[in-house]
Design a protein around this ligand. Structure first.
Ligand code: SAM
Ligand code: DTB
Ligand code: SF4
Length: 351
């Protein structure tokens, strides 16, 4: 077990940016992470919740709203994704969205309580001709008072520089699964390609949002390996979305065996323990979860969600269900413009 991750007292305040004794580690071994997974369920969840309270306000949840700024027709073959042109997913194919439409969506998201606005495009990587409009989108969303995040696929150092100059706050680029399982899910790019884009992003000083998906036919060893790659990044990703596969008709993974609820909660708890200061986002798949399941995930250390009616192509839990759930649990969405402690930027180092 990770000795230095253990904590003995429960605090109640938000992190003040100090280390508070729970030093961040970037040298997690598979054995240590496996030992966390093997803890009795309640011991694991309690430990994760204690770590959570050392660094975050336990009643606050970050709300991020997604907008699909370019849907469908993607040349990549990600086995989970309805937007790949390579399998018969039924996602709509649209061109890159107009700036005014993005601005309207951002304004509505802010009015509905979002703190961050995440723009996703079904690209392998953006073309040079896309960049001016993408830059204008970042500026428009910032003018609406929201944090900005984009997920556009692979980026060159020059594209990263342009995004940075436009003021982009976060870049989402998921490793999705373990290095060992990766080629069973995606063949059109390598795990290393993902790490390279992440390095460019971090080198430029844009905060990294990087996580994965559970339910891709991976084993526990793969989940351990995926979390180890994330936890050995230096610094840890500022945001770690943990998606539960939303099985999309027509994709190779449409009939994948769903990941067990307890295993999913364990994974959230382990993510919280090994990346104590990162936002752990209970990402895709919430709509298919009961209120109780989501509550366990929050208890285990999740403190960020996607808010709004839609994810990229599929429905999200939705504002009414979320308002009810947060009220039932005594949680609240963090206001926009709330500065938070994040990891600092240095090069990504991976095992
Ligand atoms: N095309 C870009 C890329 O793949 O980097 C950005 C958009 S892509 C849809 C963003 C992330 O959404 C993927 O890396 C994956 O983790 C997640 N995702 C996509 N389809 C999903 C699904 N059906 N269920 C859960 N997560 C999914
Ligand atoms: C992330 O980790 N999850 C989001 C966001 N980053 C871009 C995407 C979830 C997509 C769910 C399936 C869909 O809507 O097509
Ligand atoms: Fe394309 Fe991203 Fe979907 Fe993969 S996950 S097919 S890169 S849109």
């Amino acid at each position: 077990m990770g000795k230095r991750a253990s904590v003995s007292s429960i605090g109640t305040g938000a992190d003040d940016g100090a280390d508070n004794g729970a030093d961040l580690r970037h040298d997690w071994t598979r054995e240590e992470i496996a030992a966390l997974f093997d803890l009795p369920f309640f011991d694991l969840v309690l430990k994760a919740h204690q770590v959570h309270r050392m660094h975050f306000d336990p009643h606050a949840v970050e709300g991020c709203t997604l907008l699909n700024i370019k849907s469908g027709g993607c040349p990549e073959d990600c086995g989970y994704c309805s937007q790949s042109a390579r399998h018969g997913g039924d996602a709509e194919i649209t061109p890159l969205m107009d700036i005014d439409e993005v601005r309207r969506a951002a304004r509505a998201a802010r009015a509905a309580g979002a703190k961050r606005f995440c723009m996703g495009a079904a690209f392998r990587s953006p073309k040079p001709a896309h960049m001016p409009r993408i830059i204008a989108m970042i500026r428009a969303v910032k003018e609406e008072g929201l944090e900005t995040c984009m997920t556009l696929g692979m980026l060159s150092p020059e594209q990263v520089r342009q995004l940075r100059e436009a003021g982009l706050d976060y870049y989402n680029h998921n490793i999705d699964t373990s290095p060992e399982h990766y080629a069973n899910v995606i063949t059109t790019r390598r795990f290393e390609d993902r790490l390279q884009t992440l390095r460019h992003v971090q080198d430029a000083g844009i905060k990294v949002c990087c996580g994965g998906i559970l339910g891709l036919g991976e084993t526990r060893a793969d989940r351990i390996s995926m979390l180890r790659v994330l936890a050995c990044m230096q610094p840890h990703p500022a945001s770690v979305p943990i998606n539960r596969l939303v099985p999309m008709p027509g994709t190779p993974l449409q009939d994948a065996e769903p990941v067990d609820d307890f295993e999913f909660i364990r994974s959230i708890a382990v993510a919280r323990i090994v990346m104590p200061k990162s936002r752990i986002r209970l990402a895709a798949g919430r709509r298919e979860m009961s209120a109780q399941m989501q509550a366990w995930c929050f208890l285990a250390g999740a403190n960020s969600i996607f808010t709004g009616e839609k994810l990229l192509t599929c429905d999200n839990a939705g504002p009414d269900a979320d308002a009810r759930l947060l009220e039932q649990l005594g949680l609240r969405l963090e206001p926009a413009g709330n500065a938070e402690q994040e990891a600092t930027t240095t090069a990504v180092r991976c095992p």
